[in-house]
Ligand binder design. Structure first.
Ligand code: ADP
Length: 187
């Protein structure tokens, strides 16, 4: 199974993907995590991406597309994978479709985790006290939400047309959200 989890910053994409990893025995690929790791390692990719992440802007399409292109051909992706935070633009979605086509695979479902904006800001500010993410400050959070809103509609339309998009209520406890996701996935 190949899944994509989308939703605004703070919706719980990472948390829910990690739970699904255990349930489905497939791996999670988070472009945000890969980029943060690259920044921590001081690699070329990290240097190129740093400015975008700190300000809460999207890194250029070609950078993330290359990450995905190289990642999904590795052997641990054979059973399937969960894309967390990719694609975020229609250009990325088109590139993904092409990459998957080249290896004879298709995206099965896209889960949109829906959470009201007010709760997102509360969640992200709370997270900033626990984790030390450079982009969990109010200015970057607001920008991430704006960036998301700008790109979201076109992406929703893209996957709606393909008939693979499922909306899930992302409020409440993480276990409740997981149950709702499992229900729409039929697992
Ligand atoms: P969140 O959804 O909470 O913003 P992520 O970890 O998914 O958290 O993303 C963090 C940052 O990483 C984004 O603000 C952006 O700068 C960068 N990023 C992650 N995925 C992508 C992507 N697919 N395209 C462009 N930038 C990305």
């Amino acid at each position: 199974m190949i899944l994509m989890v989308m939703g605004p910053p703070g919706a719980g994409k990472g948390t829910q993907s990690k739970t699904l990893v255990d349930t489905l025995s497939i791996i999670q690929i988070s472009t945000g995590e890969i980029l943060r790791e690259a920044i921590n390692n001081g690699s070329r990719l990290g240097l190129d991406a740093q400015e975008y992440l700190t300000t809460g802007n999207l890194v250029p399409d070609e950078l993330v597309i290359k990450i995905i292109e190289e990642r999904i051909v590795l052997p641990d992706c054979q059973n399937g994978f969960i894309l967390d935070g990719f694609p975020r633009t229609v250009e990325q979605a088109i590139a993904l479709e092409e990459i998957l086509k080249n290896i004879g695979r298709t995206l099965d479902k896209v889960i949109f985790i829906d959470v009201p904006e007010k709760e997102l800001i509360t969640r992200l500010l709370k997270r900033s006290e626990i984790e030390n993410r450079a982009d969990d400050n109010l200015t970057a959070i607001k920008n991430r939400l704006d960036v998301f809103k700008k790109k979201m509609e076109a992406l929703i339309e893209y996957y709606n047309k393909k008939g693979i998009l499922k909306f899930v209520d992302g409020t409440g406890g993480t276990e409740d959200v997981n149950k709702r996701i499992c229900k729409v996935l039929g697992i």
